[in-house]
Ligand binder design. Sequence first.
Ligand code: NAP
Length: 303
Amino acid sequence: MASHLAIKIGKQSTMAKILVTGATGRLGNAVLRSLVQKIPASDVVAMARDTEKAKPLVELGIEVRYGDYTDYDSLVAAFKGVEKIYLVSAVAFSDRLAQHKNVIIAAGRAGVRHVVYTSIQRINDELAPIEGVTDSDIATERLLKKSGLTYTIIQHPLYANDLPLLIGVNAAQEGFSAPTGKGRASFATYAELAEAGAELLTQTGYENRTCLLNAGQTWSFQEIADGLARLTGKVVKYQPISIGDFIAAREAEGWPTAVAKFLSGWGYAIDKGAFDQSGPALEKLLGRKPKDLDGILRDAFSL
Ligand SMILES: NC(=O)c1ccc[n+]([C@@H]2O[C@H](COP(=O)([O-])OP(=O)(O)OC[C@H]3O[C@@H](n4cnc5c(N)ncnc54)[C@H](OP(=O)(O)O)[C@@H]3O)[C@@H](O)[C@H]2O)c1
């Protein structure tokens, strides 16, 4: 029978091969490790531009294939015999759209049926877009929807693990300042997002849909300070600051200006309410409540 057919077992289904890109990165690697808990490793393919780096996955029985987003032919070859792709978005401040376009066109060429793309959460396309991220994600979503392939767009929140980048690794000890105002945001760890992504890949019902994944609740940065204080037993002060002051403070700590500006964009978007949005899909996919604020802060700040 055609490899397009899923063999349904209750709500779950096993598919022909599922390929995950970004296999050597945080998210893609965790998706692969979750996936082999759910379906036979022989149905799982990892794509990496550095196959040597992906070698530990081979020990799990996963086939590793070479593929580079910037090399169209390598993608067509990597996608041969693949039914579904979990496309980890390319790194910020690269030519993301061109890379994603290569993947989507190569997927069509190779006969892939379904592409799942990891996009960024936002209330709408206009409110405080993050430079280097939001525009290319919106354009990729449009391209994928028009591609004729079955699609699923997963909209991710901020990775909880990256909170220390925004508010400082010593936030729990020293308090913190950030350009986040009274804005609220939801988070999730990339491990939870990966586990949910693997679950989604093995289920039906997410075809041609956009799926918002996050903790199911939002927090202000004052609540984050209160959470850190609760966990440490210390006073933790939050000081909202301007974008300019945030960039200057980071530069003074030795951060490259481009990185400081990039992070300030996340703060600005949060302040404007672009991440003030939550939904139940992550809990549904995980089959349990995602980490709450204390769990997120414990993880992110090793408390
Ligand atoms: N929502 C958030 O808060 C948040 C935070 C961080 C990142 N992100 C986005 O989510 C994506 C995944 O996050 P992550 O933490 O897993 O990032 P990561 O650890 O940096 O992993 C990125 C992966 O993409 C691969 N890659 C980069 N360029 C490639 C290319 N030209 N061709 C093929 N593969 C390529 C990397 O390969 P190498 O190992 O060879 O470099 C790596 O496996 C990021 O790329 C970014 O778009 C979102």
